[in-house]
Design a protein around this ligand. Structure first.
Ligand SMILES: [Zn+2]
Length: 233
């Protein structure tokens, strides 16, 4: 339900929790989770209490997202892969639409000319998904025993404003854009999701679990917060 308090528009989600919790989603939406026992007035009061924090967080969100931009598909344009930027080069003798070779993205000029921009961006996405499935499957296999869980199937796909999600039966989904991030950050995203198989929330117990496997997870989490918006085509 959409509500408003002190110029803050937010979505209210009722859940069986003890206290109200406010988060700014990666989309910039303000989400308030509140116990069923709080009435709407009390929820508004709780948001008003934290209005300063919410406004500051939204300003910070604006800042971080100003780096989000569409990268034109032109010769020399940089696109990320595993934390490094590689330049785009149009080639005439390609047998695939797109590949990463000798430290450059090689894009078939014929493909681009024939199929256009949308299909070319899809070729990038397909590339990240194909590589991502290999990378994530292998890293999940290595990291799962450290967390002490047995996850299900690994999928790499479009997840909107979520980096990852886990489903029933321990199926793990990762956003194809995470393949642009450094391997250390990918490991953090994986461990984060694996720890959700123990704890479905972001409680202290959950973060303790993450800390046990990745004692330096905070800097990776911070990296993702600051650079996340730039992980895009
Ligand atoms: Zn989480």
């Amino acid at each position: 339900m959409k509500m408003c308090a002190q110029d803050i528009e937010f979505t209210l989600i009722r859940s069986d929790r003890k206290t109200a919790d406010i988060v700014i989603e990666r989309s910039g939406d303000v989400i308030v989770r509140a116990p069923a026992g709080l009435d709407d007035e009390q929820v508004r009061a709780a948001v008003a209490d934290r209005a300063l924090w919410v406004h500051r967080s939204l300003a910070e969100w604006e800042d971080l997202n100003s780096s989000r931009r569409h990268r034109p598909l032109v010769q020399g344009q940089g696109f990320f892969y595993l934390g490094r930027s590689y330049r785009l080069k149009f080639v005439t003798d390609a047998d695939v639409p797109l590949r990463l070779k000798n430290g450059q993205w090689e894009l078939s000029g014929a493909f681009f000319g024939r199929e256009g921009e949308a299909a070319t961006r899809k070729a990038f996405r397909d590339f990240y998904i194909a590589k991502g499935v290999q990378i994530f499957t292998e890293r999940v296999r290595s990291l799962a025993p450290l967390v002490g869980v047995a996850p299900g199937e690994v999928t790499v796909k479009e997840l909107g404003y979520h980096w990852a999600s886990c489903g029933v039966g321990g199926a793990l989904n990762f956003h194809w854009k995470t393949v642009m991030a450094p391997q250390t950050v990918i490991d953090y995203i994986i461990v984060h999701e694996l720890c959700h198989l123990h704890h479905r929330d972001h409680s202290d117990a959950f973060w303790n679990e993450v800390d046990k496997v990745l004692p330096r997870y905070r800097e990776r989490k911070q990296w993702l917060r600051i650079n996340g918006a730039a992980l895009d085509l």
